[in-house]
Design a protein around this ligand. Structure first.
Ligand code: ADP
Ligand code: MG
Length: 403
């Protein structure tokens, strides 16, 4: 399914037009209410600059937090408008309404190339319910819809799916923004036509949350490296004791089935860093995977595993990474994640396509200062997982098909 993108629109379709842009400005705030991390805002700047240069009248929509359908002052988008204005180097008006007279007036007063940010879509009960009337009101604000909120594209909400369907029904374009397009190109490219060898690295806390990803990736990958707590469930499937490690008992059988089906494609850790508690300052030991002592938890992959994963990654042409190799929040258990991140960055340097998905993995890569050395770091945690599971994202499905 190919969707129309922002670059497919001609200048006459943007100049002087009211363009409703759904972004994901669900950013962390400091205690004083200012923006603590503007990564998500930065990610939308290419789309906004293109629109402003084209003379579009930009109306920005986003959700923020979980106000559950009513106004919550602490979840207002006002601080975001201030930060965005600073980053764009021009005024971004903030309007304390999402639909209705005030919002319509603000949209109507925009000059070419100007921008306004409307209030949190989730202040309205119809947003998460994908209410038809709300979708029609939102659609009434615009001539063109641009979805640049990849992080919210797996939700069928009024501002992500409903409004696009209404506008399309009126013969108006609903297109992917540059960020959304980039996400779909990278993630879709890896799934559909990866340069080989194609190596996926999966980690994180739970196998249950990533089962569908494993199932969907297995047929297309050349190797699937497993780390994180997920590996423990596989250790159990191999018949090893896992001490006090995090294991999903009810998935051990499934892990066994996956091991059989995957054969040599699946590469498990051979050793682990263990400690009694998940906290800094604990005594740590390096042990073979079959020798996790009673009362100890496997909290990171060990050095032999790192070496093994590195050998596989060194020949990869496409790498997809989702989920840390250990409890990367604590330095003593972050070595495996650091080593994998550095190896993947080196793979990018020698021409491989490298993609990082998942909130904690992206945070780890950013903390290591390696984000710029990845081909693509996805801005959507849940959305990237659902995409990798092969699911259709409602926010994408609702856009205009390309002919
Ligand atoms: P992502 O957000 O990148 O998709 P996840 O949310 O699936 O990643 O997993 C990240 C979490 O997994 C982190 O909180 C990390 O502490 C935890 N984790 C990773 N390895 C282990 C382990 N061996 N034991 C316990 N928790 C782990
Ligand atoms: Mg996570």
């Amino acid at each position: 399914m190919r969707k129309l993108g922002l670059r497919d629109l001609g200048p006459e379709e943007l100049r002087g037009r009211r363009v409703l842009v759904r972004v994901d400005y669900n950013v962390p705030l400091n205690e004083d209410g200012t923006v603590a991390d503007d990564t998500r805002i930065t990610a939308t700047l290419p789309t906004l600059r293109l629109l402003r240069q084209a003379g579009a009248r930009v109306i920005l929509l986003s959700h923020f937090g979980r106000p559950k359908g009513k106004p919550v002052p602490a979840m207002s988008l006002r601080p975001v408008a201030d930060r965005l204005a600073g980053m764009l180097g021009s005024e971004v008006r903030f309007v304390e309404a999402t639909v209705g007279r005030e919002a319509e007036a603000a949209a109507g007063e925009l000059g070419d190339g100007e921008a306004v940010l409307l209030e949190n879509t989730r202040f309205l009960p119809g947003e998460e319910a994908n209410d038809g009337e709300l979708a029609r009101h939102l659609a009434g604000l615009a001539d063109v819809y641009v979805n640049d909120a990849f992080g919210a594209a797996h939700r069928a909400h009024a501002s992500t799916a409903g409004v696009a369907e209404v506008l399309r029904g009126q013969g108006k374009p609903a297109v992917a923004g540059l960020l959304l397009q980039r996400e779909l190109d990278y993630l879709g490219g890896a799934l559909e036509a990866p340069e080989r060898p194609f190596v996926a690295v999966l980690g994180g806390a739970k196998i249950s949350g990533k089962i569908d990803v494993i199932e969907h990736l297995l047929p297309s990958v050349d190797r699937l490296l497993i780390g994180g707590a997920m590996a423990n469930t596989f250790f159990r499937a191999l018949g090893h004791d896992t001490g006090a490690s995090l294991v999903e008992e009810e998935r051990v059988e499934l892990a066994r089935t996956l091991l059989d089906r995957a054969g040599a494609k699946l590469v498990l850790p051979v050793d682990a860093i263990v400690a009694r508690e998940v906290q800094a300052g604990e005594e740590t030991r390096v042990v073979a995977r079959e020798a996790i002592p009673e009362g100890f938890r496997a909290l990171d992959v060990g050095p032999q595993t790192v070496a093994k994963f590195r050998r596989v990654l060194e020949s990869a042409r496409t790498v997809l990474w989702n989920g840390p190799m250990g409890v990367a929040e604590i330095p003593a258990f972050a070595r495996g994640t650091e080593a994998v991140a550095a190896t993947i960055a080196a793979a990018t340097d020698r021409g491989a396509v490298t993609i990082v998905g998942g909130g904690d993995s992206a945070a780890a890569v950013a903390a290591l200062g390696l984000a710029d050395r990845m081909s693509h770091v996805s801005t959507g945690g849940g959305a990237s997982l659902e995409f990798l599971e092969g699911k259709t994202l409602p926010g994408v499905a609702a856009l205009t098909d390309r002919r």
